[in-house]
Ligand binder design. Structure first.
Ligand SMILES: Cc1ncc(COP(=O)(O)O)c(C=O)c1O
Length: 358
């Protein structure tokens, strides 16, 4: 068997959910499990949070149906709403909460013959300019939807563009825009993602929406997950499958981009970009071999990558390698590669077996 697994510590996810709830006392939380629970496996994550999470949030009806099959009671929020008119009927059958983010969605909802009314979350474009109604449009839509037979609860939702940048002036403007609409009669309100849960109590409202923090990664570039009291859920682990001596001046890997500046020992690791390790990781990116940091050497291949073991002479074939996890935070690898932990976690590919620790 190929020595590469993503080990997922489900108790860490429970712990991190509890951290989110402690940060926002008395509020309810939609655990965000879109994109296969940020790569961790939606079935296992929903199961471990069953009875604990107040609800779950997903990106589309297909993801919602998967969650509903695991939990027939919980609230499930469709964050982008329905993409086609027929989906409102399916959403009603599944008992979903739906975002309505534009006039086309509002019209389709009002035209839909539903088996039961839906909890609707009107989305305010408070400044991100991706989805949602402007303030005036939202007032208008509120008037149209309030009391409509398709609508059970009528709720307000918005999303921060810069909550990960503490003190960014847009945060304050978005919060003010949201607060300015609370004079309307809404049943529930939701604004905070992980970053706002952790640092903006004024944005907690009724329901918070923790995503990345559940998986033990930090939304902030300058505060580590450890400092936030979060536990990493995923460790991507491989092995050394070959070790060789390389003479000074010889190169390693495709494109011969890494050249030995001294007689070197090179280890080959059973993980590559087809597993989700970023191909653009530069030489020097840290990799953990036998608990020690060693630098990546040369380009990442599809199924393998190389590390410079010259300063770790004890390393031999079969030794354990961690690409990220408890010993190397995914956020640190992401920073070295010019990306974010979210991208690395969600891009672990289907061929990497997930192994779950309870
Ligand atoms: C609307 C919405 N709410 C909440 C979240 C969760 O965000 P985070 O993972 O930063 O906590 C997301 C994720 O992208 C989102 O799109």
């Amino acid at each position: 068997m190929r020595p590469l697994i993503a080990a997922i510590d489900l108790s860490a996810i429970r712990h991190n959910y509890a951290v989110a709830k402690r940060c926002a006392p008395g509020r309810e939380a939609f655990a965000v499990v879109k994109a296969n629970a940020y790569g961790h496996g939606v079935r296992e994550v929903v199961s471990v949070l069953h009875g604990e999470a107040d609800g779950f949030a997903v990106a589309c009806l297909e993801e919602a149906a998967e969650v509903r099959a695991l939990d027939d009671q919980t609230r499930i929020l469709l964050l982008e709403g329905c993409f086609e008119a027929v989906e409102y009927q399916l959403a009603a059958q599944l008992g979903l909460d739906v975002v309505v983010q534009g006039s086309e969605q509002a019209a389709a909802l009002l035209a839909a013959p539903l088996s039961r009314p839906l909890n609707v979350w009107l989305k305010l474009d408070s400044g991100m300019h991706r989805l949602g109604f402007g303030e005036d449009e939202l007032r208008h839509c509120h008037a149209r939807l309030k009391g409509a037979p398709q609508v059970a609860e009528l709720n307000l939702i918005s999303h921060f563009a810069c909550a990960d940048l503490r003190g960014h002036e847009l945060n304050e403007r978005q919060l003010e825009s949201f607060l300015g609409l609370l004079e309307l009669d809404f049943d529930r309100r939701s604004l905070a993602n992980s970053a706002a849960i952790l640092t903006m109590p004024a944005a907690h409202m009724d329901w918070v929406r923790p995503g990345i923090m559940l998986y033990g990664a930090s939304p902030f570039a300058d505060i580590s997950a450890h400092e936030l009291g979060l536990k990493p859920a995923m460790s991507l682990s491989a092995k050394l499958i070959a070790v060789r001596e390389v003479a000074m001046g010889e190169s390693v890997g495709y494109g011969a981009t890494w050249e030995a500046a001294r007689p070197s020992r090179i280890g080959t690791v059973s993980c590559g970009y087809a597993d989700g390790y970023p191909r653009h990781a530069p030489s020097g990116t840290p990799v953990i071999v036998n608990g020690q940091r060693v630098p990546l050497a040369g380009r990442v291949s599809m199924d393998m990558l190389a590390v410079d073991l010259t300063d770790l002479p004890s390393a031999v074939v079969g030794d354990p390698v961690e690409l990220w996890g408890a010993q190397l935070p995914v956020d640190e690898l992401a920073a070295a590669c010019g990306t974010i932990g979210y991208e690395l976690l969600t891009k672990v590919t289907a061929r990497v077996p997930r192994r779950y620790l309870a």
